[in-house]
Design a binder for this molecule. Structure first.
Ligand SMILES: NC(=O)c1ccc[n+]([C@@H]2O[C@H](COP(=O)([O-])OP(=O)(O)OC[C@H]3O[C@@H](n4cnc5c(N)ncnc54)[C@H](OP(=O)(O)O)[C@@H]3O)[C@@H](O)[C@H]2O)c1
Length: 254
């Protein structure tokens, strides 16, 4: 069979150094994407993910960006265009939780930082991506997948209510942008993971959260990152060509 002459999709994955973002990167590389992967501190891990993606045939640009910094965030789309000449996909994956605890005990400085990473950065980055993708602006259209959380609808009581609020904001972004940019060739969807085996729980002070929560999950276990990546890949695939504004919950039944 002759090799395909269709240009390869070019997709930015934020937080591609670890956890869900790393699994998404490797899955999209398998599916034929070229990738711009971002990391904040885990450079060696990001380079290892990039190397794995390259062995799968992808061209990969690795970019250091602290998403609390709007200048770093603003540099991502121009850097991707400079490398690949086009941009057709974005996965807003990078995110943080908070120290797990009661609402009364929250630290507002921590909430402020979390909201910059989980909400303000995706707002800014998504706007930059849409400016390139929109067919009304001469773009070729595209696909955006926002990583939310089951917490957006559970509210995460006694755990991290402000984090749940940040993810509800992401859900609203998906719904609004799917309607605003559908006529401009861009599909926007959400994947909402349930508790997944990554280091995010240790960062929140509860490394054993997946095991602790398993009895309350109908499938009686946490997710593995590749199971979240499969859902993300679905939205980029031909089977999702008419799907926009959707929220695919990968929560083991919760
Ligand atoms: N794991 C779960 O149980 C779960 C459940 C529901 C939703 N989610 C969501 O899934 C997404 C990925 O979570 P995960 O569990 O894979 O997390 P993770 O393993 O902790 O990885 C987080 C990623 O985000 C990056 N990151 C963190 N802070 C950043 C910052 N200030 N600027 C730029 N990048 C930053 C990290 O980069 P560096 O390592 O280089 O710093 C890393 O690549 C998040 O949006 C999270 O809210 C996770």
């Amino acid at each position: 069979m002759a090799p395909s002459t269709r240009p390869r999709p070019v997709t930015i994955v934020t937080g591609g150094s670890r956890g869900i973002g790393a699994a998404v990167a490797e899955r999209l590389a398998t599916d034929g994407h070229d990738l711009a992967l971002t990391y904040r501190v885990a450079r060696d891990e990001a380079e290892a993910v990039a190397a794995a993606c390259r062995t799968l045939g992808a061209r990969v640009l690795v970019i250091r960006a602290d998403l609390t910094d709007l200048d770093d965030t603003a540099a991502l789309v121009p850097a991707t265009l400079a490398e690949f000449g086009r941009l057709t996909g974005l996965v807003n994956n990078a995110g943080v939780t908070m120290r797990i605890g009661d609402y009364i005990d929250i630290d507002l400085a921590e909430v402020d930082r979390m909201l910059r990473i989980n909400v303000l950065a995706p707002i800014s980055l998504t706007r930059a991506a849409l400016e390139v993708m929109s067919t009304q602006r001469g773009g070729e259209g595209g696909t955006i997948v926002n990583i939310s959380s089951g917490a957006a609808t559970s509210g995460a009581p006694n755990t991290y209510v402000p984090y749940a609020m940040s993810k509800a904001a992401i859900n609203a972004m998906t719904i609004g942008l799917a309607k605003e940019f559908g006529p401009q060739g861009v599909r926007v969807n959400t994947v909402s993971p349930g508790t997944t085996y990554t280091t995010i729980h240790a960062d929140g002070g509860r490394p054993n959260a997946p095991e602790e929560r398993a009895p309350g999950i109908p499938l009686r276990r946490a997710a593995h990152p590749h199971e979240i990546a499969d859902a993300v890949a679905y939205f980029f695939g031909p089977g999702a060509a008419f799907t926009s504004g959707a929220d695919l919950r990968v929560t083991g039944g919760n």
